[in-house]
Design a binder for this molecule. Structure first.
Ligand code: COA
Length: 389
């Protein structure tokens, strides 16, 4: 008998060697390496290669990968021209999804994705992977200027993905502390087992669609507020609450109205998300160094975490990755509606790692359903259909 489990909770839809979550203990590891270790020691580029290839790279292979990425920061002229015609009010996630899917028209070669068991053209897979990961951050930063009617800042091939992202956003030499924080944020968001957007990538990938179509499907899926879109909502929520002494009444009102508290809860974690713990510490570090207006928002967030632990802790609802990331991005001067796009920049690494795993051992996704509609019935010509009472 076929059992329906809403949200496919607990249903294994693939086998994967890329990342691992223990939701009871609050553990997340990439290829066997605890996230905390990677956040403390690695870079986004090295972590990306680890996710893609399965092993920490040698010095030579990392240097070659970094060189390749930097050589592909620049986006095609036609894509830039196309972006100039997007409405300035367009959401960055819609821009990113459109730009990435359009890029696919410039990079043919999907005919190598023909075999159900493996892709024979390793170069195609590698080149497209590099091309997509390299262009995600520049596209997001370019849009920030273009939607305001300015020319985008040109990328710099002497900068890392995180540094170049900040540079292209601000047009200024990236602050080393902010660049390191951005780099850690990219590591933390790079991969997270079979979440909704990664599943969307797998489904699209299983049809042997182009990697641009795969990543475009994933970006669209990430954009929803129950997934990546929550980080944008958190800062708005903290601003709406305003101050720590307003938190209790605000939470009780929301819960009484059966509304969600943004940045809280996760399908996998029943304790505080390990990524939220690392981000929490990064905010503390920044508060020590910078202080200022960050204090008020951070103190409100701390109080909110405390009140939610009291009201929702028994349901296993604690801060997730989106709870503290927005505070950091705000401090970097990044507008709220760009937060989810930054999530997508990082997650492109995980999506492509899963795409590669999928096409290496592919079978098209085709689940089943439980039909709950009518029995077979007669077609009644429109002239003979009575008006509904
Ligand atoms: N605020 C208030 N209550 C919440 C909550 C939240 N953020 N998250 C979960 N709960 C409650 C649910 O209402 C439910 O209560 P009930 O058992 O009394 O009905 C219980 O906790 C279990 O939650 P459920 O909705 O079954 O969890 P899920 O696994 O289907 O959903 C999320 C997970 C992430 C979609 C959900 O926690 C959520 O909407 N969070 C806010 C959005 C967010 O931050 N998303 C980013 C995820 S990284």
């Amino acid at each position: 008998m076929t059992e329906f489990l809403p949200g496919l909770e607990g249903v294994a839809a693939t086998k994967s060697a890329i990342s691992f979550i223990d939701g009871e203990k609050g553990i997340l590891s990439y290829r066997g390496y605890p996230l905390e270790t990677l956040a403390a020691n690695s870079t986004f580029e090295e972590t990306t290669l680890l996710l893609l290839e399965g092993e920490l790279p040698t010095d030579t292979s990392l240097k070659s990968f970094v060189k390749d990425l930097r050589a592909h920061y620049r986006t095609k002229y036609h894509i830039r021209e196309m972006m100039r015609h997007f409405p300035a009010t367009g959401h960055p996630m819609d821009m990113l999804q459109t730009a990435v899917s359009s890029l696919g028209m410039f990079y043919p070669g999907t005919e190598c994705l023909t075999d159900a068991n493996s892709c024979e053209d390793i170069d195609y897979v590698r080149n497209m992977t590099v091309n997509i990961i390299a262009q995600m951050a520049p596209l997001v930063a370019m849009w920030e200027h273009m939607r305001q009617g300015y020319d985008p800042v040109e990328p710099r091939s002497d900068l890392s993905v995180a540094e170049n992202l900040l540079y292209m956003f601000t047009g200024q030499e990236p602050d080393p502390l902010m660049a390191r924080i951005m780099d850690v944020c990219l590591i933390l968001h790079a991969e997270h087992t079979l979440n909704a957007s990664t599943f969307a990538a797998l489904v699209a990938g299983s049809t042997l669609a182009s990697p641009y179509a795969v990543i475009s499907a994933a970006i669209g899926t990430l954009s929803g507020p129950l997934h990546g879109g929550a980080n944008q909502m958190v800062v708005g929520m903290l601003k709406e609450i305003g101050a720590p002494d307003k938190v209790e009444a605000w939470v009780d009102h929301k819960l009484a109205n059966k509304e969600v508290i943004w940045g809280m809860g996760h399908r996998e974690y029943k304790v505080k998300d390990p990524r939220a713990k690392i981000l929490h510490k990064l905010v503390e570090k920044l508060v020590q160094e910078r202080g200022g207006h960050l204090d008020q928002m951070f103190e409100t967030a701390l109080k909110l975490e405390e009140v939610c632990a009291d009201r929702l802790g028994h349901k296993g609802v604690y801060p997730n990755v989106d709870f503290y990331s927005g505070i950091l991005y705000s401090e970097m001067g990044i507008p709220e509606d760009q937060f989810t796009a930054l999530f997508a920049v990082a997650r492109s690494a995980g999506w492509l790692a899963h795409w590669r795993e999928q096409i290496a051992n592919n079978r098209i996704y085709r689940p089943t359903q439980i039909y709950i509609g009518s029995e077979q019935r007669e077609y009644v010509p429109i002239s003979k259909r009575g008006a509904k009472p």
